[in-house]
Design a protein around this ligand. Structure first.
Ligand code: SF4
Length: 268
């Protein structure tokens, strides 16, 4: 039986979601509710109506559904979209990234698409919150080239307060995953006053220094481009007034993380 899943976007020619030029497939549903989320339309599992939603790719170009975010899609349909840009992947050493939300929430569907990509020799990346049973990571480990793994807040209470869940499982999974091999790129959102505090940064550096096999660290500066999405979704953005970090601060962080002897990048 053909497998299907819910996605809410496909972004072409992405250069911030892993190596090379990539197609990023965004799957719907997220177990976290981060205060600074710039994809609030990813959080619910099913398609939803959002007024004047012009910000998302629509698979069937069905104008009667122009306010619907999220569409059911079959494995072969996703593969057809991915295959359209094979030439760019080959030239840039890119591939496809599955993001969200949390792509592992739709594990069977994700796994079927990953297996197809593996058969076709297309490089795959999973952009994950890390909040999933480790057995789920094991099921897709061999068909995934890299994991783009989010690390947000080291203090568990703060993680619960700002992301809605405990960080314990996320940190345990990260340790186990890095023990298995060199497949992890860490992604750290730099959110002023929330993740970008001295205490959080130094605990993070200490934690990372205890891990093996981290391939790269990406520091992702906060930006406020989701403001209008929150307005259209009639949701309150709790970070609307936050000012993005300065270039000087980002460079200072880059220097500090570089002391771990792991390649560090600003941006994805
Ligand atoms: S994990 Fe990502 S998609 Fe999910 S709520 Fe947080 S920022 Fe949004």
């Amino acid at each position: 039986m053909a497998l299907s899943g819910y996605i809410f976007d496909i972004k072409k020619y992405s250069v911030n979601d892993g190596p090379g030029i990539r197609t990023t497939v965004f799957l719907k549903g997220c177990p976290l509710v981060c205060t600074w989320c710039h994809n609030p339309e990813s959080q619910r599992n099913e398609p939803e109506e959002i007024e004047n939603c012009s910000f998302r790719w629509n698979l069937h170009a069905d104008h009667s559904k122009k306010n619907t975010v999220g569409a059911k899609i079959y494995t072969d349909e996703v593969i057809r979209e991915i295959e359209k840009d094979r030439m760019f992947y080959e030239e840039s050493k890119g591939g496809v990234t599955f993001s969200g939300g949390e792509p592992m929430l739709q594990l069977e569907f994700l796994s079927s698409v990953l297996t197809e990509c593996r058969t076709r020799d297309i490089h795959t990346a999973i952009d994950t919150t890390g909040y999933a049973p480790f057995s789920d990571f094991e099921k897709i480990y061999n068909s995934t080239n890299i994991f783009l793994y989010d690390l947000k807040l080291m203090d568990d209470e703060l993680h619960y307060e700002y992301c809605g869940v405990s960080n314990k499982l996320i940190h345990e999974n990260l340790r186990k995953l890095t023990e298995r091999g060199e497949k992890v790129i860490l992604r750290i959102p730099v959110i002023p006053t929330i993740t970008a505090t001295e205490k959080n940064i130094s605990s993070m550096i200490e934690f990372i220094s205890s891990l093996k096999n981290i391939r790269e660290i990406d520091l992702l500066p906060f930006h406020n481009t989701a403001k209008s999405k929150y307005e259209r979704m009639k949701r309150l953005s709790k970070v609307a007034e936050l000012v993005p970090p300065t270039d000087d601060y980002m460079n200072e962080l880059k220097n500090r993380f570089s002391l771990l002897n792991i390649p560090v990048k600003i941006g994805g």
